[in-house]
Design a protein around this ligand. Structure first.
Ligand code: AOF
Ligand code: ZN
Length: 354
């Protein structure tokens, strides 16, 4: 199962809207083949592990329950492939909510021994975004921000625009390189003109997450870097924003989504539903304060990544000015990662749990 989990981890970010699954075929106590889910429309993990290998009498470890036929399916069902290959035993990590135990039942009915639950807690953490997406058709949302010890996101007047060091920046690029989307508000584009691409190790990743800019009034200039050709971009705006602005973004290849407005700007719940429909399973919201407050207040955040820099600014832009959050948010299962000189505190909000 360890080999299967590692294979699944390597496929993370490349399979949406499908889950990232790993499988390992074991004979006489040795791993003889490993497979992982291919990008959407391609073979599943089990099929990849079984290809070109004699699997008769062997044990197949798979992180997720093997699939069964359903309408609109793109690949042959794995449960049938496992039966046809003569696999004697299947060890499943967790059940697939989309399959609902039918895969395990189909295998058992064909005389295959099935065990469920090996590595379940680790696999549940790894597949959390997929499980969230399956349960709600919404992306799993990670709210990421960097703050000083006095809770400021920056102090432009004092020349402090950037808080964290190289290790924290690299950690962010690692996360960007597996999520399906990065979300920011127009304030962040205006203040920082970020490219919002995934550059782990300093080089652009071959697969880039889609960039999503929330700009209800059409404030971002059409020549902003986020609208460049390095990755796809979606702008969420109101029907009333200037037509000429929308046209000039359209000419740069930007997709425009016209959504309803609410008290804080674009209705983010509606935006997440629209992104879920486009197969966005996971998303990092990178700010700024307006977006974070609206997402948290709306109960739309699943996980928080707080990067804390060892600095006191004594002035500047507060992350959450008094009154922006209706109630306190406490992290569940918090984990502290030292990223010297900074610290990452991450945890779940408890809005949803698998
Ligand atoms: C598996 N192994 O590696 C994955 C599974 O349209 P299809 O044929 O690609 O099927 C998609 C569904 O298969 C998807 O919704 C999910 O329930 C399951 N994903 N199943 O046995 C895999 N990725
Ligand atoms: Zn399958």
């Amino acid at each position: 199962m360890r080999a299967a989990i590692e294979a699944a981890r390597r496929a993370r970010g490349r399979t949406s809207p499908n889950p990232w699954v790993g499988a390992a075929l074991v004979r006489d106590g040795a791993v003889v083949a490993v497979g992982a889910t291919a990008p959407y429309g391609g073979p599943h993990a089990e099929a990849a592990a079984l290809a070109n290998t004699d699997a008769r009498g062997a044990t197949l470890y798979t992180t997720l329950e093997p699939c069964v036929p359903f309408e609109g399916k793109r690949t042959p069902p794995c449960s049938e492939a496992i039966i046809a290959a003569g696999v004697a035993r299947v060890v499943v990590g967790i059940l697939d909510p989309h399959v609902g135990g039918q895969g395990a039942a189909r295998l058992r009915a064909a005389g295959v021994e099935v065990e469920v639950g090996d590595g379940a807690s680790e696999i549940t953490v790894l597949l959390r975004p997929y499980l969230r997406f399956r349960a709600s058709r919404r992306p799993y949302v990670i709210a990421k921000f960097a703050v000083s010890l006095d809770g400021m996101v920056g102090a432009p007047q004092a020349g402090v625009r950037w808080l964290t060091g190289a290790a924290a920046v690299e950690r962010v690029h690692q996360d960007r390189s597996w999520v399906d989307a990065i979300l920011v508000g127009s304030g962040t584009v205006l203040a920082d003109d970020p490219a919002l691409t995934a550059r782990p190790g300093g080089t652009a990743a071959d697969r880039q997450p889609v960039r999503v800019v929330v700009d209800s009034r059409g404030r971002c200039p059409a020549d902003a870097r986020v609208f460049g050709a390095d990755a796809r971009t979606i702008v969420a705006t109101a029907a009333a924003s200037p037509r000429a602005w929308k046209e000039s973004l359209g000419q740069r290849g930007v997709t425009i989504l016209e959504l309803e407005e609410d008290a804080t700007g674009i209705n983010l719940d509606q935006l997440l539903a629209a992104l879920g429909q486009r197969g966005v399973v996971s998303l990092i919201a990178e700010g700024g304060p307006t977006v974070h407050a609206a997402l948290l207040a709306g109960g739309l955040v699943d996980e928080v990544h707080a990067y804390i820099a060892p600095k006191v600014l004594g002035q500047g832009i507060p992350l959450f000015p008094a009154g922006t959050l209706p109630s306190p948010v406490e992290f569940r299962d918090p984990v502290v990662e030292p990223l010297a000189p900074d610290v990452l505190v991450r945890g779940y909000t408890g809005t949803w749990s698998p």
